[in-house]
Design a protein around this ligand. Structure first.
Ligand code: G6P
Length: 462
């Protein structure tokens, strides 16, 4: 007889719910945003999995005082952390340093320049990881499998091994992993501790083989203890979940609004957080070049870009936002006609509206500099109604599965991306339909359940 599956505990910095006080003072839970949540959320909703996450907002801190809160199908336990330590761990270490290393975003002539404030920030990162580990020790049932998510929480396994040897902790990184050349700019002690912290887990997962290899190479170059067994397992979008949003009234209304904006023009779409790794500016420059090279697209193609503010506490993000807005302004000024705005930039995060754009786009541009996976590529395939072509950067983890059916968009080659957009807009209809069908099949074939099964398999292999 098969034994009962081990209880599950999920651990991530951002939880599946965010809380706020309603008008009557009562706490209201809202489903959180972001790729990690939209991928993993449907897997866990309706189960008795405990999900541990940081209390980020004022409302979250009030919810944290109530212990485990059951809402929207989730059992969430939020951790109240020292606000300044949390800021240092999130803004300075996780997003100001580790994110840059894993995505290769540093302009090495000028950055990074770690000064004497770094040790305090690294201490804060340790403190947050230790607080999470203590919360896991407190909440996890005997023999549980603990799924630790992402670069914010690379050190959680250390304390778990010591204090709760009955638990099995699997760490999963949703970003790429820094190869040695991008890890070495980190202060050496931090880079080693990071690798050793990950090695303290039972296994380490990544979205693709390439990130597994980069992690192994960095370990070989810097690590002090042997790495944990590693595996590649791409997360996937839940087809039912996104199709339910696509069929909603809010999404229909957003499609109607979009039609009102673009009429019968063809649409190049993009849906991203306003994020340095997403390569938004070069995408617009490529559109500018496309209009320059191919007058036939002028007035006939609109670029609708959903770019939603993110990590506004990190100064480089505020500067990037300015560049995005300035680039759009310049291109629109150059090409606009009375009845046509070449680029429509939407910066207010609205999920049904993003899904509406995925439904209506003729071409979806996903051109990151480097990306752990990128779910927009497969989500578009699941809901699109026009056999959209996908212009996809080979540096996105999603390229490993979808690349053959996509039009490659070389992320640093603006002219090459413009050529890819032109090719995508002018694909022969039969080829276009064939590629869209392949993308749809690939997106349907793998669900979040496959990802979860891979985590559990890694947990049982001793
Ligand atoms: C993206 C990344 C994830 C990361 C998340 C954090 O979705 O792919 O690796 O965990 O951002 O976003 P946040 O808004 O919480 O900083």
């Amino acid at each position: 007889m098969a034994s009962d599956p081990a209880p599950l505990v999920l651990v991530s910095n951002r939880g599946p719910l965010s809380f706020r006080h309603g008008d009557d003072g009562a706490l209201v839970a809202r489903r959180g945003a972001g790729g990690l949540i939209s991928g993993i959320g449907p897997l866990v909703a309706g189960t008795d999995t405990t999900w541990l996450a940081a209390a980020i907002s004022e409302g979250d801190r009030a919810a944290a005082e109530q212990g485990t809160v059951a809402a929207e199908g989730f059992q969430v336990r939020l951790l109240t952390l020292d606000p300044e330590a949390y800021r240092l761990a999130y803004d300075v270490v996780s997003n100001g340093a580790l994110w840059f290393a894993h995505h290769g975003l540093w302009d090495l002539v000028h950055e990074p320049a770690f000064d004497r404030t770094w040790p305090e920030a690294w201490d804060a990162y340790r403190y947050v990881n230790e607080a999470f580990a203590a919360a896991v020790c407190d909440a996890a049932p005997e023999g549980a499998v603990v799924l630790v998510q992402d670069y914010h929480l690379a050190l959680v396994g250390r304390e778990l091994t010591r204090a709760r040897p009955d638990l099995t902790a699997v760490h999963f990184t949703h970003t790429p992993f820094a190869p040695p050349v991008w890890l070495t700019p980190l202060p050496e002690g931090a880079a080693r501790e990071l690798l050793d912290g990950m090695a303290a887990h039972h296994a380490c997962g990544f979205h693709t083989r390439a990130w597994v290899d980069d992690h192994a190479a960095s370990h070989a170059a810097l690590g002090t203890r042997p790495p944990a067994p590693s595996f590649a397992s791409p997360l996937a979008s839940d087809p039912d979940d996104i199709r339910a949003t696509a069929a909603s009234e809010a999404c229909d209304a957003a499609v109607a609004r979009l039609e009102g904006l673009v009429g019968d023009r063809r649409v190049i779409g993009r849906v991203d957080r306003l994020e340095l790794s997403k390569n938004i500016v070069r995408g617009f420059l490529a559109f500018d070049d496309l209009l320059e090279q191919h007058p036939e697209h002028r007035g006939r193609v609109t670029f609708v870009a959903g770019c939603y503010p993110s990590r506004t506490g990190v100064p480089a993000y505020a500067r990037y936002r300015e560049r995005v807005e300035e680039t759009v302004g310049r291109i629109n000024e150059r090409w606009a006609r009375d009845d046509w705005t070449p680029i429509v930039l939407e910066m207010e995060d609205d999920y049904p509206r993003s899904v509406a754009l995925m439904r209506r786009a003729d071409v979806m541009l996903v051109n990151p500099v480097r990306d752990g996976l990128n779910l927009v590529a497969s989500e578009t395939a699941l809901v699109n109604e026009r056999d959209a072509a996908l212009c996809l950067s080979p540096q996105a983890g999603a390229f490993e599965r979808l690349g053959d059916a996509a039009v490659p968009a070389p992320p640093f080659d603006v002219a090459g991306t413009a050529d890819a957009l032109h090719r995508a807009l002018t694909l022969d209809p039969v080829e276009r339909r064939g590629r869209a069908a392949t993308l749809r099949r690939l997106a349907e074939e793998r669900t979040p359940r496959h990802w979860l099964d891979d985590q559990l398999r890694a947990a049982t292999q001793r």
